[in-house]
Design a protein around this ligand. Structure first.
Ligand code: MN3
Length: 199
């Protein structure tokens, strides 16, 4: 099994004006595709050939940086497209909401901390909600890293590489993050991952 680019779960123009068609054309069709192709080239003839993306991410961390970077980004983007939906950011399903309040104090605080993690990630990277030690935590990681290599299971992530927001928001990363939380997050998918991670 090699990596392959998944289709977007909605048309390229479906998230506009929060995230434009042009951004998704570059981000999905070019950037994500490049991680897929480079990852496949780097896996050729190695022990990682035929493994799942999660296995490649965990197995290459700290051992094969070029492969890890591309496999990590492939994993992150597979979920990133599904973490968004048109007219997203609405009500959080009950069980997930309860878990967020239990772990992080309140939904408002969780959203603030998540946005702040993205704002303060210096340079390229991601901000996360992840299940770790039975609790939901806010995390941030550089480049293609994700909570899988830090003992956590990611349930929501936002890409803070400039390619994710520069066309629509220029240098205003905080505005992009607020718009993502308020208008894009697919909380049903987050709840699905939470249910699987909390088992
Ligand atoms: Mn990206």
């Amino acid at each position: 099994m090699s990596f392959s680019l998944p289709d977007l779960p909605y048309p390229h123009d479906a998230l506009a004006p929060i995230m434009s068609k042009e951004t998704l054309e570059f981000h999905h069709d070019k950037h994500h595709l490049a991680y897929v192709n480079t990852g496949n080239n780097l896996m050729k003839g190695t022990e990682f050939e035929g493994k799942s993306v999660e296995e490649v991410v965990k197995g290459s961390y700290g051992k094969n940086a070029p492969l890890f970077n591309n496999a990590g980004q492939h994993f992150n983007h597979i979920h990133f497209w599904k973490w968004m939906k048109p007219k997203g950011g609405g009500k959080i399903p009950g069980e997930l909401e309860k878990a967020i309040v239990d772990s992080l104090g309140s939904v408002e605080k969780a959203k603030e901390d998540f946005i702040q993690a993205g704002v303060t990630q210096f340079g390229s990277g991601w901000a996360w909600l992840a299940v770790k030690n039975g609790k939901i935590e806010v995390m941030k990681t550089p480049n293609g890293e994700n909570p899988l290599v830090h003992g956590g299971k990611p349930i929501l992530g936002v890409d803070v590489w400039e390619h994710s927001y520069y066309i629509d928001y220029r240098n205003r990363r905080p505005d992009y993050l607020k718009a993502f939380v308020d208008n894009l997050v697919n909380w049903e998918y987050v709840a699905e991952l939470y249910a699987a991670a909390a088992k």
